[in-house]
Design a protein around this ligand. Sequence first.
Ligand code: 13P
Length: 248
Amino acid sequence: MRSKLMVGNWKMNGSLAANASLVAELLSGMSAITCRVAVCVPSAYLAQMQVLLSGSPIGYGAQDVSDHASGAYTGEVSASMLQDFAVRYCIVGHSERRLYHAESDVLVAVKAQRALAAGITPIVCVGETQAEREAGQTEAVVKRQLAAVIHANGHCISEIVVAYEPVWAVGTGLTATPEQAQQVHAVLRAQLQAASSHADRVSILYGGSMNAGNAAQLLAQPDVDGGLIGGAALKAPDFLSMLKTASR
Ligand code: 13P
C-alpha cells in the first residue's frame, strides 16, 4: 500500500520572509500528519529549505533541472547542484515548462534521467490540453509523454513519481472529476506495470486546482496516490487541511 504523497509546487512565488513564515506554520501543524509531504520551491530558496526543513517531516525539492551535466548553459541548474542542497524531489515536464519553454517529451525524459542519476526522485508531469481532451486524445497524449520517460529510463522507472496534471485544470479553478482523474491514472498505472514489475510502488499524483474542498474525493480514487498542489499550497491552513485529508 502506497502512503499518500502531497507535494506543494510553489511555482515562482515566495520571498525569504514569506517562505519562513509559511514553513513555520506548516511545521507547527504536522503532528497529526502521516502522509508524505514535500514542497518544491524556486532554486533560489533551496538553501533556505535545507536549513528550515532538514530533519523535519517535510521534504523539499526543485521545480526543474537541466538536461546537461555542467558547462556553458547560462541560467541552468544541474542535478549535481540540486544534490548539494540534499533535495529529495525535482519536478520535470511541468505543463508551464512544456508550454513556455517548449520542452519536448524527449527533453523531459532526459531531465528525469539526470535527476535519477543524482539520487533525486523526478516528479514527471503529464497532461492533456483542453483541445486534446475535446478531440478525444487524452489517453494518447499522456501515454506518449510517459512512454518517452519509460524509454529513456528503463528499469529505473519504478523510482519516479508521476503527476497527472490536465493542462486545462492548472491554475484555472477547473478540476478533473474524481472519475476523470481515476480513468487517466489507471491508464498510466497499466503503462507503468507493462514496463516494470515494480510499478506498484510508483505514486501517481493528481494536480490541477486541487484544494481543501475537493481533495478528499480525488484522493479516494484507487489510483490517486496524492496531489501536486499549486495555489492552495501557498496558504498554510489550506495545505494543512489537505495533508490531514491525505493522512486518513
Ligand atoms: P494549481 O493547484 O494552482 O491549479 O496548480 C497545479 C499545478 O500546476 C501544480 O504543479
